[in-house]
Design a protein around this ligand. Sequence first.
Ligand code: KIV
Ligand code: ZN
Length: 388
Amino acid sequence: MSNQVKIFDTTLRDGEQALPASLTAKEKLQIALALERLGVDIIEAGFPVSSPGDFQSVQSIAQNVKTATVAGLARALPQDIDACGEALKVAERFRIHTFIATSDIHVDAKLRKSHDEVVEMAVKAVKHARRYTDDVEFSCEDAGRTHIDYLCRMVEAAIRAGATTVNIPDTVGYTTPTEFGGIIQQLFNRVPNIDNAVISVHCHNDLGLAVANSLAAVEQGARQVECTINGIGERAGNCSLEEIAMILQTRQHMLGLQTRIRSQEIHRTSKLVSQLCNMPVQANKAIVGANAFSHSSGIHQDGVLKAQNTYEIMTPESVGINKNNLNLTSRSGRHVIKHRLHELGYQEHDFDLEAVYDAFLKLADKKGQVFDYDLEALLFFDQQKHQQ
Ligand code: KIV
Ligand code: ZN
């Protein structure tokens, strides 16, 4: 089995559909080009049948993206697949992604069809999509709550009909990592033609487990992860691209897996998506939050100044951030104050460390965070005292 995990980005489809206001076609193209630069394998550009605007923006992304595969979403309906095929045909490489729900609750209450009819629709949809391209993905919506026997039957039928990727979504973010990994393991054990397709996963974050579930799935053989920048998406969002990519990179020796993500592009891509989507990133968000490479406690600050990896498992540079940040607060020690003064260009003989540190602690107790300009003011007062 290959050790390459494909990254399928759905920021512009699942991510965008969760925004209060749609992105413009120009903004979507800007994000698509950033995703291409980031090295994602597949960009899901939109849902062409949903509106003329979405059709045009998928078409424009298909025209402009050169290295990544561009995908469009289609329900298992001929008109959706035709719209996808039309919008995408200008691309260097494209994929039609068709889906139908497979859980009892969706089949009975939403589709109101028999289980046999749903398999038949899936097979027809995949065959229809194959008329446009030999890169067809089929998704079993709500696979996480689908009876395993039916899921196996559906996956086998979709592959036989010509699906080259089969996606197993945890649409409502309901499963736990052991459970979701177990579903993937059962598919590999029970579906006879499983090796003829790439198994993909698409996890939502309703219980905060989207990344953990995606990781459990790749550990069981899934080789495509569907994810979004900053984890944006329906409700609590989707698996976060930056998190799964950095897990696979940081723990590569243990997992033995790799992606094509250029991790140094992560920070700027995250900023672009956050700004264009008007979705601020929480400060303590892994990898891209403002505090992800900030150290506050004196013990930690002292540690990273002695050896960065005491408290950093990846470097800020590896995700495109210039350097870590040591917050100057009353918890900071002398070592970090001295280090910061050196960074600001002051030599040892320019200051009396004990006096400056004493003044720093008094100020920090009053105002919380001490900034570089505060420190320089303290230094200035200290120097004036010595001149008097
Ligand atoms: O969450 C989901 O099931 C989806 C499918 C359309 C793949 O977004
Ligand atoms: Zn989804």
